[in-house]
Ligand binder design. Structure first.
Ligand code: HPA
Ligand code: ZN
Length: 337
């Protein structure tokens, strides 16, 4: 463990790439399985953890959607969110923009209202209890079709004043951003921010499409953008934020060793990466652990870590005055450390 871990814990951070369903720990999965009388194909917490050996994104998604089946009530979504916030409060996280996948639940008969109201209740409580601010990003599942995405946007209509933006997740290869150009345009017309997973497993072309067709405000992951120098130049020129997830990339075999992770290269190329956990219950670490492990693997300096933390606020959807307040807190902390 690096001696930077105490510095990292005290560093004010925002998390911009967190699937709330991916924070469902096996312990809570078992509790909800009992509470809701929903069977899960595991005998123990240890058996669940042993099943978390993935060789690619789809391996993970299959088990992640299965795990989400225990979530039925507002209280379940609230409890899952509070479990997450309790952990990241201890990590020095001040702000979270969390993804949720409504279609994973509405397709099982759980109403959109149950999902959104449960999460919003947990977010409000985390604000009161831990002083963490948060907002919601509604993700469309890209393995489903455009009509289903439009239906989800329609179902979300009454909550749009409490939703910061839309995103695009699930199985990337074979489901290019172009499939969702019209629904992203409709979301933009409603004043929503736009983000998309691109370049996690998919090619650089998908990152171009996310920029040009979806008009995204951030790229989620973006690792494979480094294969295309013209794309790197574009991302740097636009100051585009990349929400990078080191332990996720390791667990899903995007990199074979954290020492080979492209995060430092992204910084050196003048890009704007941030550090995030993606699905912390499945990938072996919350946001603080992602910072600590990648700092260790790539020998990041305090100055690199400050840049990454600053990027997490400048890339957030917080109002400029809030961003400025967090940046001042980072600078004060860095100069006192
Ligand atoms: N990638 C794509 N879709 C996802 C992920 C991910 O890491 N986690 C949850 N949905
Ligand atoms: Zn993700």
């Amino acid at each position: 463990m690096t001696d930077l871990s105490a510095f990292i814990r005290g560093l004010p951070k925002a998390e911009l790439h967190l699937h709330i369903e991916g924070s469902l720990e096996p312990e809570l999965m078992f509790e909800l399985s009992r509470r809701n009388k929903v069977a899960i194909p595991f005998g123990s917490v240890e058996e669940v953890r042993a099943a978390y050996a993935f060789s690619n994104l789809q391996d993970f998604l299959d088990i992640y959607y299965q795990g989400a089946a225990v979530l039925l009530t507002e209280r379940d979504f609230h409890d899952m969110a509070m479990d997450y916030f309790r952990r990241v409060a201890a990590d020095g996280t001040r702000h979270v923009e969390l993804f949720f996948d409504p279609q994973t639940h509405t397709d099982r008969g759980v109403p959109f209202a149950v999902v959104a109201d449960g999460l919003l209740a947990g977010m409000a409580e985390a604000g009161r209890e831990f002083g963490i601010t948060s907002s919601l990003i509604l993700c469309f599942l890209r393995h489903l079709d455009e009509d289903a995405a439009f239906a989800t946007l329609k179902a979300a209509e009454p909550w749009l004043d409490r939703i910061a933006g839309v995103g695009l997740d699930s199985s990337e290869v074979g489901h290019p951003p172009s499939k969702f150009a019209r629904v992203f345009a409709a979301a933009g017309e409603r004043g929503l921010k736009r983000v998309a997973h691109a370049g996690e497993e998919g090619p650089p072309e998908y990152v171009w499409e996310a920029l040009d067709l979806l008009k995204v405000d951030r790229i989620d992951h973006g690792n494979r953008a480094l294969e295309d120098p013209a794309l790197v130049q574009r991302l740097a020129a636009e100051g585009m934020t990349l929400t990078v997830c080191p332990l996720s990339n390791l667990k899903l075999c995007g990199v074979s060793d954290l020492r080979l992770h492209p995060l430092k290269k992204m910084l050196d190329l003048g890009l704007r990466p941030t550090v995030n956990s993606d699905d912390p219950a499945y990938f072996g670490g919350y946001v603080g652990e992602n910072y600590t492990r990648i700092a260790d693997a790539l020998a990041l300096t305090k100055s690199d870590l400050v840049t990454l933390a600053r990027n997490s606020f400048t890339g957030s959807f917080l109002p400029p005055a809030e961003v400025a307040k967090h940046l001042a807190a980072i600078d004060a902390y860095a100069s006192a450390s």
